[in-house]
Design a protein around this ligand. Structure first.
Ligand SMILES: [Zn+2]
Length: 359
């Protein structure tokens, strides 16, 4: 169930109902590929008001395996997270080294990097795996083309994705999202969106973007797709998570985002703050006793100086990676709250101009 609650130009706020909570859109999901948001405990996530995250069903299928998850009563209990969980299908791992063997009209064959065993993921099997994991939202098995992709390769990705979308099971226990492909070709994005729009998915992912194409091209593709997808279903731009990209996409009608942006940057010593990106490694922070971000009330900002964080990052201490990841995730959650507020007040355009000066 998805209800739109306010609109501002192409942007909208809404509520997506899941088995683990009512999620206010637009929202951002931290990434928990292997059943953990790297370095953060469930209490950390709670302290930042994280209500939803995304994991990866292919990774979980290979390790720890479905038997282990089922013995715990599913992924929520396994990782002790009570919020909503999305799972990706593994389609994206087609373009990542180490997993992909081949694809045909029936599905994708993956190889386990752990023991070399091969597994065929059909649309039906992908759904079964995600049901057994117990996530709230299952992403369909899609055929993701690399960037750059030839027109023929992109056409094939749309053709297979549509075939698999028709076969991907939809039921009431778990929401099912379709995924639009088509690389950077306008007519293929259009075709893919049209093919899927008529199938009764609970929401729609926009896949195969943010993988190296220019930003303007990504925004253009998003615009084409959101112009075709049904308005009463949530749209999820997969793998996009920098503040400016989020605003640009929200203005084009996107409701959901996920990215390793806050956690990866945190582990590498970079903080996302209300004044822009800060690289804590820099010598200028050695004696800086101010908090990381004056406008943030997370545990990191309430307790520690930039000088201390600089020291931890320089020494490669795990606590430094933890504290920065925590702040960055909290920042993204607060940022999305702000976006929702600006949409409700009809001020998103003005907010975007402010952000453009900072980032
Ligand atoms: Zn903070």
């Amino acid at each position: 169930m998805f209800n739109i609650t306010a609109e501002d130009g192409g942007a909208r706020t809404g509520i997506l109902s899941t088995a683990h909570g009512e999620l206010r859109t637009p929202f951002f999901m931290p990434v928990a590929t292997k059943a953990t948001v790297k370095t953060l405990t469930p209490d950390d996530l709670k302290s930042c008001d994280v209500q939803v995250l995304i994991s990866n069903s292919l990774h979980l299928f290979l390790r720890p395996g479905l038997e282990v998850l089922e013995a715990h009563g599913g992924l929520h209990r396994f990782m002790r997270f009570n919020g909503a969980i999305f799972t990706d299908s593994g389609g994206f791992q087609m373009i990542r080294k180490g997993f992909f063997v081949g694809a045909d009209r029936d599905g994708i064959t993956f190889r386990s990097p752990y023991d070399g065993k091969k597994y065929k993921f059909t649309p039906e099997f992908s759904k079964e795996v995600q049901m057994r994991i117990g996530s709230d939202v299952a992403m369909m098995l899609d055929y993701c083309a690399e960037y750059p992709a030839s027109y023929d390769e992109a056409k094939k990705s749309v053709y297979f994705t549509t075939l698999w979308a028709e076969r991907f099971p939809k039921n009431t226990e778990q929401l099912s999202f379709g995924i639009v492909q088509g690389s950077v070709y306008e007519d293929l994005r259009e075709k893919s969106a049209k093919d899927l729009a008529n199938m009764d998915f609970d929401g729609y992912g926009i896949g195969g973007l943010s993988i190296g194409e220019p930003k303007e091209v990504m925004h253009r593709m998003v615009e084409i797709v959101t112009g075709i997808l049904p308005e009463d279903k949530p749209r999820y731009l997969m793998g996009v998570g920098s503040p400016l990209d989020i605003i640009e996409s929200v203005m084009r009608g996107v409701d959901i985002f996920d990215s390793v942006f806050p956690t990866r940057n945190g582990r590498h010593g970079t903080a996302i703050t209300s004044r822009g990106m800060l690289n804590l490694r820099k010598a200028e922070f050695k004696n800086d006793e101010s908090p990381l971000d004056e406008d943030c009330s997370c545990y990191t900002c309430e307790n520690f100086t930039r000088s201390y964080l600089h020291h931890l990052i320089r020494e490669k201490e795990i606590l430094g990676m933890h504290l920065l990841s925590l702040h960055n995730v909290c920042f993204m959650i607060e940022f999305m709250k702000r976006i929702r507020k600006e949409i409700e007040q009809g001020n998103l355009e003005k907010f975007k101009k402010e952000m453009e000066k900072i980032y």
